[in-house]
Design a protein around this ligand. Structure first.
Ligand code: COA
Length: 256
């Protein structure tokens, strides 16, 4: 079985972390597979929402410290930091809404992965933390940016600087998770929400996600380019510009 499993059922794609014996500790290969899985979900016809979940006792305990501590500085930069940012940015910038279903532990890179999702649901026994400073490192996959965006700087500093684990109830109080559900129900609650969202107008959902993210800087320039591109796509000026180029004559733009 692969460490990352992608499935699609009607309008909802599911990406499952499946390295159960290591509590879904994230390896370089899993980063590549996560990026591919989210791109595949975007390409799959009919899919309108993505659920990110995990098998086993935990959502993810974060970076696989054995792999990571054995990397040389160059591999650490390219295969760890760069690939991690690319994978998590692909999730954050996915045109489809992504809902993370958390259980057990969401620690370190596991929590950073969840922070790349749009909505987080946690089971009541779930514990969340960015414990990197207790290991002698710092969050490296977007946590220092995305956590303050979600909970505010003082609470992000409390979590990151103390490395303390917080309960699902505390996470809900801080807005780090959207809501808490009984144990064993995170995936089904995430699926329910994904199906609700899938029943809304897909283009509206996708534009609304982009606009909300752009308001805090996530993919802002890409969103502006996308909106301007879409706005000019059906313009007379674009038709005229293309026709003029084909006919090797100067264009006569009307401004419409
Ligand atoms: N990287 C690599 N392997 C990890 C891991 C990590 N971050 N976290 C857990 N594992 C492995 C353990 O080594 C163990 O493997 P083994 O059975 O081959 O020895 C397996 O996952 C199960 O973990 P274990 O510690 O035995 O489970 P537990 O239920 O007793 O404890 C935790 C669970 C989450 C409390 C504990 O595993 C932990 O604190 N992990 C480190 C989390 C962390 O600091 N993450 C941030 C990294 S930046």
């Amino acid at each position: 079985m692969s460490d990352i499993i992608s499935t699609a059922d009607g309008t909802v794609a599911t990406i499952t972390l499946n390295r159960q014996d290591k509590l879904n500790a994230i390896t370089p290969d899993m980063l590549l597979a996560l990026e591919e899985a989210v791109r595949q979900a975007e390409r799959t016809a009919g899919v309108r929402a993505v659920v990110l979940r995990a098998e086993g006792r935990a959502f993810s305990v974060g970076a696989d410290i054995n792999v990571w501590s054995a990397l040389n500085p160059e591999a650490f930069r390219t295969r760890w930091i760069d690939d991690g940012h690319r994978a998590f940015d692909a999730i954050a910038r996915c045109r489809l809404p992504v809902i993370a279903a958390l259980h057990g532990h969401a620690l370190g890179g596991g929590l950073e992965l969840a922070l790349a999702a749009d909505i987080r649901i946690a089971e009541e026994s779930c514990q969340l933390a960015l414990p990197e400073v207790s290991l002698g490192t710092v969050p490296g996959w977007g946590g220092t940016r995305r956590l303050p965006e979600v909970v505010g700087k003082p609470r992000a500093k409390q979590m990151i600087l103390s490395a303390a684990r917080i309960s699902a109830a505390q996470a809900e109080l801080w807005g780090l998770v959207n809501f808490v559900c009984p144990d064993s129900q995170a995936t089904s609650r995430a699926m329910d929400l994904a199906r609700d969202i899938s029943a809304r107008a897909p283009l509206s959902v996708q534009y609304a996600k982009k606009l909300i993210d752009a308001s805090t800087g996530e993919g802002l320039s890409a969103t502006l380019e996308m909106l301007a591109g879409v706005a000019t796509l059906t313009s007379e000026d674009l038709s005229e510009g293309i026709a003029a180029m084909r006919e090797k004559r100067p264009p006569l733009f009307s401004g419409a």
